[in-house]
Design a protein around this ligand. Sequence first.
Ligand code: TMP
Length: 207
Amino acid sequence: MSAGFFLTFEGADGSGKSTQARRLYEALKAEGRDVVLTREPGGSDGAEEIRRLLVEGDPGRWSAETEILLFFAARRDHLERTILPALARGAVVISDRFSDSSRVYQGATRGDLRAKVDALHRLMIGKEPDLTLVIDIDPELGLKRGLARHSGEDRFEAFGAEFQQKLRAGFRALLTDFPERCIGIDGNGSVEAVAARVREALKGRLP
Ligand code: TMP
């Protein structure tokens, strides 16, 4: 058992989860905690290199199977080099996405891929978060926000509105698949209002 606490944020593109993860990180740091903010795909040097292969370029550049392997290669490096060492020293690790994103995104690409994602997770990762906050917003609003960023990282947003609807259903299903660690957060409203919901959900859960 690790001494730290592994917290993940999940949600569709433009759900505001990255903003919330950063705010929580700043708040916990201000309390004097040892806290690490990280993200997927990415979160370690090697995984950030793999990230570029995944989020930039033509939506059809990888088959769904190849894509899953790239996500898991990145995740394994992230786990080995960033997450596990931080947990071992007792830190709170906040990750903006983790395996649940593969379950939902790759599962939404093609339903039959979910079993492959779960098998790879068991085989190569074997670590679930202590707590997962799933931020839910209206998919149309999320897509608008995501594309408005013009980040150049819009390969997944380019799959369109119907895909975003499937994602929402997939993220909601996490709450029933993993009720012991997943909490839904209403992501509508101001950044402050959502941050207050996040703090409420964390009450009594952080060590
Ligand atoms: P981000 O925009 O939250 O940084 O994530 C990059 C994109 O990668 C986002 O559209 C979701 C997608 N993604 C997957 O499809 N599967 C995964 O396992 C992860 C971590 C992200």
